[in-house]
Design a protein around this ligand. Structure first.
Ligand code: FES
Length: 154
C-alpha cells in the first residue's frame, strides 16, 4: 500500500478535475444553459449535460448509476415550481429527491453535497453559469469520489 504525503494529497486535490453530470429539463433549465452559452457567461467545462423532457423523467436509478460509473457530482435541474410544462413533474422530482436522500444516499454513505437539485428558468443564463461554477468548486473541495468495497462511498 502506498501513502501520499499531506502536501501531495493537497496538490492532487488542487489538480483534481471533477466529472459532473447535469440533467436539464428541455423547457427551462436546458434553455437556461443555452442562454448561458449564447451570452458567453463563463463556467467550468467539467459538466456534461443530459437533456430530459422534464426533471420528473430523472429516475433516482440514473443518479445512482452515474455515481457508480464514477462521476463526482450530479446536478438535477428543472423548471421552477409552478412552471413545469407537464404541470407537476418537478413536484414529483422534489419528492423523489427527498426520498433519495433519506433512504438511499444516507444508506450508501454518499456525501449528500455531491447531489443537488436546483430550479433554473429559461431566462436565468447567469444563474445557470453561477450554479455550475459554485457546484464545481464544491465538488473540487470534496475531492474525487472514493469507492470502498462497493458499499461505503464518500
Ligand atoms: S418541464 Fe421542466 S421540470 Fe418539468
Amino acid at each position: 500500500m502506498m501513502f501520499m504525503s499531506k502536501s501531495r494529497i493537497k496538490s492532487s486535490k488542487k489538480n483534481f478535475n471533477p466529472q459532473i453530470l447535469a440533467f436539464c429539463c428541455n423547457w427551462c433549465s436546458y434553455a437556461g444553459a443555452d442562454l448561458a452559452g449564447v451570452s458567453r457567461f463563463q463556467y467550468p467545462p467539467n459538466i456534461r449535460i443530459i437533456r430530459v423532457m422534464c426533471s420528473g423523467r430523472v429516475d433516482p436509478s440514473f443518479i445512482l448509476k452515474a455515481i457508480n460509473d464514477g462521476v463526482d457530482g450530479v446536478l438535477i435541474t428543472g423548471c421552477h415550481i409552478g412552471d413545469c410544462h407537464y404541470i407537476s413533474g418537478n413536484e414529483h422530482t422534489k419528492e423523489r429527491f427527498e426520498n433519495l436522500f433519506e433512504i438511499i444516499i444516507k444508506q450508501i454513505g454518499l456525501n449528500s453535497d455531491r447531489i443537488r437539485l436546483e430550479w433554473v428558468s429559461a431566462s436565468e443564463g447567469r444563474r445557470f453559469a453561477d450554479l455550475i461554477t459554485e457546484f464545481t468548486k464544491r465538488i473540487k473541495k470534496l475531492g474525487p469520489l472514493k469507492k470502498q468495497n462497493n458499499s461505503n462511498i464518500e
